[in-house]
Design a protein. Structure first.
Length: 168
């Protein structure tokens, strides 16, 4: 199995709200494996299925130890949803679908996310600060939202103009 190609802005598939996963089967496991391979080959902090052209609510986010220590682990979230949030902070964000573009984004400082794992078990994950921002960023992808959509209209327009001008 090989990594997938990342979709880049302005690919319209990045703006589609993804379908819920109804059954966690071998196809789901294959999608997760491709996400993991792509995620690690691109050295990202997270990757959502729509970024590789699959419109399903699946994402992988770097395990907190990976973020701190470079350990190659990723947590899998199937049908994730934020059920609680608290506080605010500014997160410096980039995106594999908008390479080279970084902006400050206002995010919740703490979140609780409900999701399913690969065995179909529901779980609740509590995250804060950078990991909370990563989760919010990837869940946004599943809703057809890019991090630049979280910017003011003027900042978004300027950022996308800069991105397109650089040749992407």
């Amino acid at each position: 199995m090989n990594p997938a190609a990342i979709l880049y802005y302005p690919d319209p598939r990045l703006k589609v709200e993804c379908s819920r996963v109804r059954v966690i089967d071998e196809e789901t496991k294959k999608i997760v494996e491709i996400l993991r391979l792509t995620f690690f080959s691109e050295r990202g902090l997270g990757l959502a299925a729509p970024q590789i052209g699959i419109s399903q609510r699946i994402c992988v986010v770097a395990h907190p130890d990976y973020i701190r220590e470079g350990v190659e682990k990723a947590n899998v979230y199937i049908n994730p949803q934020i059920v609680e949030q608290e506080g605010e902070f500014i997160s410096r964000e980039g995106c594999l679908s908008l390479p080279g573009l970084w902006r400050d984004v206002r995010r919740y400082q703490k979140v609780k996310v409900e999701a399913f794992d690969l065995s179909g078990q529901a779980f609740l994950y509590e995250a804060e600060d950078m990991y909370a921002a990563c989760l919010q960023h990837e869940i946004d992808h599943l809703d057809g939202v890019l991090f630049v959509d979280r910017l003011s209209q003027m900042r978004r327009k300027r950022a996308l103009k800069q991105f397109v001008k650089r040749g992407r």
